[in-house]
Design a binder for this molecule. Structure first.
Ligand SMILES: C[S@@+](CC[C@H](N)C(=O)[O-])C[C@H]1O[C@@H](n2cnc3c(N)ncnc32)[C@H](O)[C@@H]1O
Length: 207
């Protein structure tokens, strides 16, 4: 994404529309998404938090406010125009930083962050399980992860529909338990999940 208008269209229209389509008509609104992120990440003043696939930084800025003057929120994204938009938005001075990079090759040392968030991005990453490895690696022991991603349904009729949605949109549709199992296999416990339509919120603590 290199056009400057794309991030604006994205944050005002595409992201809310994607959310509504994936989460269903009665699924959580954007304000509820923020509440779930806060709950799963359990951010405290002084924490370091990484927002993977941060887009225009909507969540990163909020995290920066939560971690306060002694904390740091880092947004990472592969798109220069998304990052330009994130930097242009006003955020708490000195507590927020943006890095261009690949979710599957995070440019940070092991155990650098107390919490990692990846909302609405994992299903767009070409190597999502490498990205999960990386998010696990950069978390401190006891660190929290919060994911919002896709989730396939169980019934065969609905699976025809969600398979088509995934193909048409170019987004990976994760099997119902794939992400929970992937986190458990990487040592997260307990792992919590809330399914909303074709989306799921998943959170866990690294042991
Ligand atoms: C739908 S946006 C989500 C933005 C934000 N997390 C939110 O919830 O509003 C997905 C973002 O993931 C980024 N992305 C996709 N694949 C990526 C990768 N491999 N590495 C880093 N960022 C990636 C895209 O550039 C895009 O900005």
């Amino acid at each position: 994404m290199y056009s400057a208008t794309v991030p604006v269209v994205y944050s005002r229209l595409w992201r809310p529309a994607w959310g509504r389509l994936a989460k269903g008509p009665f699924g959580p609104a954007m304000s509820e998404e923020r509440r779930i992120a806060r709950l799963l990440l359990g951010l405290e003043p002084g924490d370091g938090v990484l927002d993977v696939g941060c887009g225009p930084g909507t969540f990163t800025r909020e995290f920066a406010r939560l971690v306060g003057p002694d904390g740091l929120a880092v947004g990472l994204d592969g798109s220069p125009s998304m990052l330009a938009r994130a930097v242009a938005e006003e955020g708490p001075d000195g507590r927020v930083a943006y890095v261009r990079g690949d979710a599957a090759r995070l440019p940070f040392r092991d155990a650098s962050f107390d919490a990692v968030c990846c909302f609405a991005a994992l299903h767009m990453v070409a190597e999502p399980f490498d990205a999960l490895d990386e998010m696990t690696r950069v978390l401190t022991p006891g660190g929290r992860i919060a994911l919002l991603t896709t989730c396939r349904t169980r019934s065969s009729v609905a699976r025809t529909w969600d398979g088509w949605v995934g193909q048409a949109s170019g987004q990976r549709m994760f099997e119902r338990d794939e992400i929970v199992e992937a986190l458990e296999a990487r040592g997260f416990s307990p792992v919590r999940r809330r399914v909303a339509g074709l989306a799921q919120f998943v959170g866990g603590r690294k042991r």
